[in-house]
Design a protein around this ligand. Structure first.
Ligand code: XIL
Length: 341
């Protein structure tokens, strides 16, 4: 039974999102989702590897299609995740026809540029073919994470970037190209007539609430702006625990204000540690209260929690990170997020 609670979305001036797959699109889970959320992210099924079958043929994953349909039918926004990542990406992206690693020479670079462009345009074309041009009434997609987790966890590199296969072959250029191709594909070629810039283009990363990573992230964003790269916004995953002061989340959001960019919380969850006790769940309730107070004080694109119920969380083994329990009942975290006393 879904409790008769005030919709969480009603407490924010921007969309309230949740990461899901098709299991949350039917039955009681869907009922709970539709009560509290106005935006969805595919937890896994719009990642690079999800668009290709075993024969490397491009197609919309049935799970991604289910989410597009669900969003369209229920008037939800759909947040795209993710066009370019070092993880959950087919190995052949970085190989030549013979299965050998692409070299970082001009031929290898051009091969990877072509693959990047082909991938991004295939995503945009397939989603607009079936659900209508971006910015039209029938297409729920409003934004995309263009690049995810490109910043290094280590301070050892001058450019502060992760040493991924993308980076090995193309260097920092892959980030610029990803935004340029995405802008062309989603906001020009496949945009509805008269729709101005229908898909907001984000960079996204984790640990942006931590000092060194935050410095490297800010430096990269500034370089992109200086080069005129068509980036629209900065994403903060905010996968945190009770040990991370909420003031660090506020400081991260403050840091990127005044750049003329959107900001977004893309993957919020807060682990309690284990064993999960009633006292920890109550402490978590206060954490969500304080965090959402910070979120409300900022002009964000949206806030998304990374899952609907604790048992479905990728971090459940570190302790009950979400708003609702496995019986679909509101935890103290919900009451906190909703701003209850
Ligand atoms: C996670 C999913 O939640 C898991 O189901 C999957 O096994 C691995 O990926 N940062 C991201 C997300 O950007 O895509 C990740 O999602 C969590 C960390």
């Amino acid at each position: 039974v879904i409790e008769d609670l005030p919709p969480l979305s009603g407490t924010l001036e921007y969309p309230m999102g949740v990461a899901i797959d098709s299991r949350e699109t039917t039955g009681p889970a869907a009922e709970l989702l539709l009560r509290h959320f106005t935006q969805i992210t595919g937890e896994n099924h719009m990642k690079p590897e999800a668009w290709y079958d075993a024969e490397r043929n491009f197609r919309v994953h049935p799970e991604a299609a289910a989410l597009m349909d669900f969003a369209q039918q229920n008037d939800l926004d759909l947040y795209g995740h993710v066009l370019v990542w070092h993880s959950q990406t087919p190995a052949w992206f970085f190989q030549d026809e013979a299965g050998q690693p692409l070299a970082a020479d001009e031929a290898g670079k051009q091969a990877l540029r072509d693959r990047l462009r082909t991938h991004i345009f295939a995503v945009a074309e397939s989603l607009s073919d079936t659900w209508g041009a971006f910015g039209s009434d029938t297409n729920p997609l409003t934004a995309f994470d263009v690049v995810n987790e490109v910043v290094s966890d280590s301070g050892e590199y001058a450019d502060g970037l992760r040493r991924s296969e993308w980076y090995r072959i193309l260097g920092e250029e892959f980030i610029d190209l990803a935004f340029r191709y995405a802008d062309e594909a989603f906001n020009q070629v496949h945009a509805a007539e008269g729709a101005e810039h229908p898909v907001t283009l984000f960079i996204n990363d984790y640990n942006t609430e931590q000092d060194g990573k935050q410095d490297r992230y800010a430096a990269l964003v500034q370089r992109l702006l200086d080069r005129g790269v068509p980036i629209d916004g900065v994403g903060h995953q905010f996968h945190v625990s009770l040990a991370m002061p909420v003031s660090a989340l506020a400081a991260a959001l403050d840091r990127f204000e005044g750049l003329g960019l959107e900001q977004i919380v893309t993957e919020f969850d807060v682990t309690t540690g284990t064993p999960v006790t009633e006292a920890l769940l109550i402490e978590q309730g206060y954490y969500f209260r304080d965090a959402f107070e910070v979120f409300r004080a900022h002009d964000l694109f949206s806030v998304t929690v990374w899952g609907l119920t604790d048992g479905r969380s990728w971090r459940s083994s570190s302790g009950a990170p979400l708003l609702f329990d496995d019986a679909l009942q509101a935890k103290p975290a919900y009451y906190g997020a909703a701003g209850a006393e």
